[in-house]
Ligand binder design. Sequence first.
Ligand code: MEV
Length: 436
Amino acid sequence: MSVQFIDNFSAQTTESKRQIIATQTGETDKILTTLEQSLPDDPAIRQRFESFSENNLGLYSLPMGVAPNFLINGKIYHIPMVTEESSVVAAASSSAKYWYSRGGFTSVVNGREKNGQVHFLSKAPQAWFDAAIRELGHRFTDELRPHVEAMEARGGGVKTWKIEHRPEVMPHYYRLDVTFGTADAMGANFINTCLEVMGRTLVAYTMEVNPDSDTCVVMAILSNFNPGSTVTASVSCPVDRMTTKGAEPRDFAERLVMATRIARCDIHRAATHNKGIMNGIDALMIATGNDFRAIEAGAHAWAARDGQYRGLTEARIEGDLFHFSLTLPLTLGTVGGLTSLHPVAGAVLQILGNPSAEELMQITAALGLAQNFTALRALTTLGIQKGHMRMHLGNILIGLNATRDEHDKVTEWFNNNTVSLAAVRAFIENLRQNGQ
Ligand code: MEV
């Protein structure tokens, strides 16, 4: 059967949604079985997952590993990571081990301020808005009160606001810029609610006093660019302790400095460099039920904040000391949203010792730095493919339905030979035909 337009799909039950979609594939039974087998047995958990997103068909599983023994600010963490990329957990674990014996990671939160904007149009002049600040402030406070009480009790709330005329964007365009504290929550709904209330209040008051100003909101939404909510993770040790296979300690340290410099200056390298950092950060954000797209968007906007997209880490040698650090914004939460609803996210936070949002920022930045360290270590010494392809080999073998015996023979052979899908397939075919 070919793919057809489906009328009124969202009104169907979950079972019939599965049936309708499976019927259009031409392999109805196989697809239905796969989707049904993806569901958890417990009906309560099944229902909970269904409530997370619209038009639910099933569950898509990803492996969750753990990178043990991260020493961060003097405390040990075993960091759960959800990722499909085979080398990512191994890379984080290897970095954790390396730095454990060299003093561990230091991680410092530089600020926790989030922001959002009401983008609006008005023919009222900037001078009028400047003069109206006090009255607008009173009105904002009154209208926001029911929405901010709970957050204020937890130490958050609306912190500052200002109105900026930006006619260079378009005629009559203004921006109301608001900063927020959201305690241990990511706070997206809180911020967006406050911004919409402030937008309505601003339009009502401006039109009351300036009925001809045509004041209207274009949109009100949080920003994922949060330069006021950054964290810095760093490691440091004497250069002569920078031991590694394939390079002398000073040579290795100098190569790391060169690699970070290249990533800071060359966009081609910067994108890949930062992708490697986000390999770790996303894996932890997914495991803890955080919005990894928001974290990604924020990290890349930060990487481009001076107009050129740059690598996020820095390395330097000062005298006999090697320093390596990562600074990036992280707007994450440890309460509310999926962090509280996803059963596995709850377990992950427990494994991490139920951290506050601030502590999770510290852990996350250390993990990103660790990931980058292992990637650069491989890239600047033995090359990435040796370790990467060894991990990738496992996936190739699953794809080729290798037996345990074939697995062992292939692993032994490819210890000293270059891994590729074609080479592994040829090796296995040879084994299967000739038994050796
Ligand atoms: C692969 O997922 C990530 C790396 O390419 C990162 C890097 O090049 O720094 C290894």
